[in-house]
Design a protein around this ligand. Structure first.
Ligand code: ADP
Ligand code: DP6
Ligand code: CO
Length: 340
């Protein structure tokens, strides 16, 4: 019997991934960029047990058994086995996997990113896989490839048909911009009605704005935000982040039938952040929303107390649906430093 437990944090995209050019290989339409949170905060924790006595592979997610026949799990397993260190008995044993998230699953807070990064990382450790594993994590969920590294991470779109050049790299470590903070505002913790996978499939089929974004908008934004991160230009960083989130949700509206991930509270948060930035005479906070109503705010440490007080004032938890928020330092290292 061999057992390993790993943790992996979520990452919050500032340039969004939305749409695949290859469903099976999970190859994206465009580069995406994110920051990885500190693993102490929102994370998946996964224990993998391998034993010659297990009759089949099994997986439990948040205490409930799920099917191991899931093609994404199968693809990850196949690639991990191909890359396994030779002559390892454990590779031929069946496994039992238990994973739990300490934050809402499938609510637009990147659970698939933390979950598959953790799954792939844990089994890579068990099998002695060496080298970059981001392209394997990508086979579980696209966004998962970015959770393998800490700090600021870019998932490269790649050109090849086999996906060999569609992997993630670190743009900058957390020490590059140590004042950066992320606040998560949980507006609604229930499961989204339409998964990210199904939503982006529908957008590809029906949204002309998605095509416009890929052909004419996103490349400049990627370049612009990399420059802003490298130069620690918060204003430019924040503007691109908010515009990209807004364009992603515009694509959701342009999808047919439309996808509405943000709700009334999300829209009030957007208005509040713009009003606050205007009041302060400069851009102090950026919002971004994934495929769900929950907001992630990027801001600098010195502004956290005032912004938290403002959120508390405008959305007192007893009367509004903003339930909690936390200041989250970005993960200080790569996932490999976080092995527990
Ligand atoms: P989210 O916005 O939370 O990423 P998605 O729709 O992208 O939501 O993905 C949710 C799916 O990701 C879940 O239904 C489950 O299949 C998978 N997932 C989430 N957490 C884990 C985990 N810890 N381990 C394995 N798979 C997970
Ligand atoms: C809006 O990575 O969850 O969060 O690859 O189908 O599993 P699959 O989708 P997923 O999509 C994430 C979409 C997003 C933006 C982002 O994280 O870049
Ligand atoms: Co996801």
């Amino acid at each position: 019997m061999s057992v390993i437990t790993c943790v992996a944090p979520v990452n919050i995209a500032v340039i969004k991934y939305w749409g695949k050019r290859n469903e099976e290989l999970i190859l994206p339409l465009n580069d995406s960029i994110s920051a990885t949170l500190n693993v102490e905060y929102m994370r998946a924790k996964t224990t993998v047990m391998a034993s010659p006595t297990f009759k089949e592979n099994k997986i439990w997610l948040n205490g409930k058994e799920e099917s191991f026949e899931n093609p994404r799990l199968q693809h990850c397993m196949k690639e991990l086995k191909q890359r396994a260190r030779k002559n390892t008995d454990v590779v031929n044993w069946n496994i039992h996997v238990c994973s739990e998230n300490n934050f809402p699953t499938a609510a637009g807070l990147a659970s698939s990113a933390a979950g598959y990064a953790c799954f792939v990382y844990a089994i890579a450790q068990l099998y002695g896989v060496e080298g970059d594993i981001t392209a394997i994590a990508r086979r579980g969920s696209g966004s998962a490839c970015r959770s393998i590294y800490g700090g600021w991470v870019q998932w490269h779109v790649g050109k090849s048909d086999d996906g060999s050049d569609s992997f993630a790299t670190q743009i900058a470590g957390v020490s590059h911009w140590p004042e950066m903070r992320i606040l998560t505002l949980v507006v609604n913790s229930s499961r989204k009605k339409c998964s990210s996978t199904d939503g982006m499939r529908r957008s590809i089929a029906t949204s002309s704005l998605l095509k416009y974004r890929v052909d004419h908008v996103v490349k400049d934004r990627v370049e612009g935000i990399i420059r802003a991160i490298k130069e620690k230009d918060f204003k430019a960083f924040a503007e691109i982040t908010m515009k990209d989130s807004n364009q992603f949700h515009a694509i959701c509206s342009d999808t047919y039938p439309p996808l509405s991930y943000v709700n009334e509270v999300s829209r009030r948060i957007i208005e509040l952040i713009h009003a606050y930035n205007e009041l302060r005479g400069t851009t102090k906070v950026a919002y971004t929303f994934d495929a769900g109503p929950n907001a992630c705010l990027y801001l600098l440490e010195e502004d956290v107390p005032e912004v938290v007080a403002l959120i508390q004032y405008v959305f007192p938890s007893d009367t509004e649906r903003v339930e909690y928020f936390k200041g989250l330092p970005i993960n200080p290292g790569s996932l490999s430093d976080e092995l527990k």
